[in-house]
Design a protein around this ligand. Structure first.
Ligand SMILES: [Zn+2]
Length: 309
């Protein structure tokens, strides 16, 4: 009997660590640092989260590296922005990972664009053959914190599906994130309120959701179409329009060449402002809330310096 107990204890001792390690952290891979940040908010210490694209890279055009495949090989969950944002680089990586869990449509594949508010949905026929990289509507939707709230909810549901025993933990984390987002939001809206309706130009169409939420009016783009580099004729038209409307600000994502925006700035007197649309786009944007903290402060200071609206 003693011997039997000894054997049971021995077996339990061998089995238990294995059982614990089976319940070890879920491996989450996010296509972008924004989604990674939201996954960390909800997943806490029950998940390992890694991002593929860095926030200082153009998320439409990411150079595929073998290390990305390794990340995907061990992923339990892959979260993507969707709306074809990653179509130029992610699908071959998913295939080459040969990880059944994260193939498109599998349980471990979460397209974060399913329930959020999507702007710029094309009315006519738009194809990528025309060079437009937003054929399914604007994929930069995480720039509205209310969409961030929806994404966090979806991540919590998905994590709970994988780990039903941790549902309460994920729900608590989500509630805490939502509380902090609401608090921060009050500050952001109050800071931006005096500048509602400020007209700006942006390089790429990264900011429509942000502009709608915070009351900016985007009247033009340095790119003639999303993903198409500036052309001399378009730039001249934009300069005329900016002079006519007295536009004081040009917002540029960190990964675009500043040559054309600076030429526009010289011709119009507008200030060129580098605004990160993603976590990690500048060193201060360390997580999802910090991204908005940074951008709101940057914009308020720039609008004030430009003399109000
Ligand atoms: Zn885009």
């Amino acid at each position: 009997m003693t011997r039997l107990i000894g054997i049971v204890a021995l077996v339990a001792g061998l089995v238990l660590p294995a059982a614990v390690s089976a319940q070890s952290r879920l491996n989450v891979v996010a296509a972008t640092e924004d989604l990674a940040s939201l996954a960390r908010e909800v997943g806490g210490d029950r998940v390992n989260v890694e991002a593929i694209a860095r926030g200082y890279q153009d998320p439409h055009f990411v150079e595929a590296k073998p290390s990305f495949i390794l990340k995907l090989q061990k992923a339990d969950l892959l979260i993507v922005v969707g709306r074809e944002l990653e179509i130029g680089w992610l699908p071959p990586l998913i295939q080459q990972s040969r990880n059944a869990k994260v193939q498109v449509g599998a349980e471990g594949y979460l397209d974060a664009s399913q329930s959020v508010k999507i702007l710029d949905i094309p009315t006519g026929q738009i194809t990528r053959a025309m060079g437009d990289v937003h054929p399914l509507g604007n994929p930069h939707y995480w720039m509205d914190p209310e969409n961030g709230r929806i994404i966090a909810r979806e991540v919590a549901d998905k994590l709970s599906q994988f780990r039903p025993g941790d549902r309460v933990y994920f729900e608590q984390r989500l509630a805490d994130f939502n509380r902090r987002l609401t608090e921060a939001g009050k500050r952001w809206y109050a800071d931006m309120a005096p500048y509602k309706g400020t007209k700006v130009v942006t390089y790429h169409r990264s900011f429509p959701n942000f502009a709608e939420r915070f009351g900016l009016d985007i009247v033009g783009y340095v790119e003639p179409r999303p993903g198409i580099p500036p052309s001399p004729s378009h730039t001249l038209e934009l300069i005329q329009e900016m002079k006519r409307l007295n536009i004081r600000l040009v917002l540029v994502e960190p990964y675009f060449d500043l040559k054309t925006p600076e030429a526009i700035g010289r011709a119009t007197g507008a200030q060129v402002l580098v605004v990160p649309p993603s976590v990690g786009g500048v060193k201060e944007a360390t997580d999802y809330l910090a991204l908005f903290d940074y951008n709101i402060k940057l914009l308020v200071n720039a609008i004030k310096a430009a003399g109000g609206k």
